[in-house]
Design a protein around this ligand. Structure first.
Ligand SMILES: [Zn+2]
Length: 85
């Protein structure tokens, strides 16, 4: 992974937990406009966040996924990413 991609994926992840500064948002947006790998990463993070919020809103409480379930989710996300491109 390129250093720019590493930084962008970190910013994308951080953006789910805290507001990014203007400079961080600009750097992330610029990188996402040029890098399809990081676009996929950003889309997957947002999808996982949406799933998480959906589960919370439906009062499932603390949902813990087994390793096998996590692998299945990762495969589904990979398929989702492939279908988006
Ligand atoms: Zn990238």
């Amino acid at each position: 992974m390129k250093q720019a991609c590493h930084y962008a994926s970190r910013l994308a992840s951080d953006s789910l937990d805290r507001p990014l500064s203007l400079w961080e948002r600009l750097r992330l947006k610029l990188h996402l406009s040029m890098c399809s790998n990081c676009q996929n990463c950003d889309n997957n993070l947002k999808l996982m966040r949406q799933i998480n919020e959906l589960m919370r809103n439906n009062h499932y409480g603390e949902v813990r996924l087994s390793d096998q379930q996590q692998n299945q989710l990762h495969k589904a996300l990979d398929k989702h990413s492939a279908s988006v491109n």
